[in-house]
Write a protein that binds this ligand. Structure first.
Ligand code: ADP
Ligand code: MG
Length: 244
């Protein structure tokens, strides 16, 4: 049964991914396979290469060597169009909250009535109906991050990459973002999320990738990686994070 679920889901696979600058290795991931239905959380300290890896998976940067494949296919325009990404500090268009969503839906070719229905549904999903006409740039950081996720979801992606979307948020705003992400996951959107928050990994992850020094030091089911990591370095990282 597990195998069937896994096979029917989306699979992202990388091989021989390497990035170096001025003789220093920034990313060195011989092999990584992200499959299965639940959220993948990429965890690790600052500078571990999490954002670099995410950008490679989304085709935003080209590694010096290696390949990224989605369902066995190289990341061409079509595959990339099935992906969306939310950044740590999203940039909103200088227009209303609804206008930011409308911009995306218009590009997807929806007519006016379709766009209005979709905008209402998205705003309800993100708990932002009362903000529809407010300038997007005047939202609180938590609301802005939710709008960024809604804007990404408006493209109906198969995969949603999130790079530390809650690092600037308080617990309440973090919870709102996490529940939005979990609902998207439950609807079948493949989530790949970077964080340095171990609590967040516990709350969200089906599987956890731990990165250090540009390398994947551990990848497995969340409970296994977080409670019984194989590597001493990961154990120390998890312990250190709990202390601070
Ligand atoms: N364009 C770049 N040129 C040179 N070094 C970079 C570049 N982008 C990232 N780095 C370096 O690569 C390492 C990993 O960065 P990053 O992936 O952003 O880490 P993380 O997201 O885990 O905090 C860091 O040491 C960073 O300084
Ligand atoms: Mg980063």
């Amino acid at each position: 049964m597990r195998d069937l679920v896994e096979e029917s889901g989306l699979v992202i696979e990388t091989q021989g991914l390497r990035i170096s600058r001025r003789g220093q290795s920034l990313l060195d991931v011989p092999y990584l396979r992200l499959g299965g239905p639940g959220p993948t959380v990429i965890l690790g300290p600052n500078g571990a290469g999490k954002s670099l890896l995410l950008r490679c998976l989304h085709g935003l940067i080209q590694a010096d060597a290696g390949t990224v494949r989605q369902n066995g296919r190289a990341l061409d325009a079509e595959e990339r169009a099935s992906q969306a990404m939310v950044f740590q500090r999203p940039v909103m268009l200088r227009r209303s909250v609804a206008g930011n969503l409308d911009f995306v839906l218009r590009r997807r070719g929806l007519n006016r009535a379709q766009r209005q229905a979709r905008i209402a549904a998205l705003l309800a999903e993100g708990g932002l109906p009362s903000r529809a006409r407010q300038g997007a740039r005047s939202l609180s950081v938590g609301e802005a991050q939710r709008l960024a996720i809604l804007r990404a979801l408006a493209t109906e992606p198969e995969v949603l990459f999130l790079d530390e979307p809650t690092s600037a948020l308080d617990p309440g705003a973090t919870q709102a973002v996490e529940s939005l992400v979990l609902r998207a996951s439950a609807r079948g959107v493949r989530i790949v999320m970077v964080t340095h928050d171990i609590g967040q990994a516990r709350r969200l992850a089906a599987d956890v990738v731990v990165m250090m020094g540009g390398e994947v030091v551990e990848h497995g089911p969340a409970a296994q990686v977080l409670d019984d990591p194989a590597s001493g370095a990961v154990r120390r990282f998890l312990a250190g994070e709990l202390i601070f």
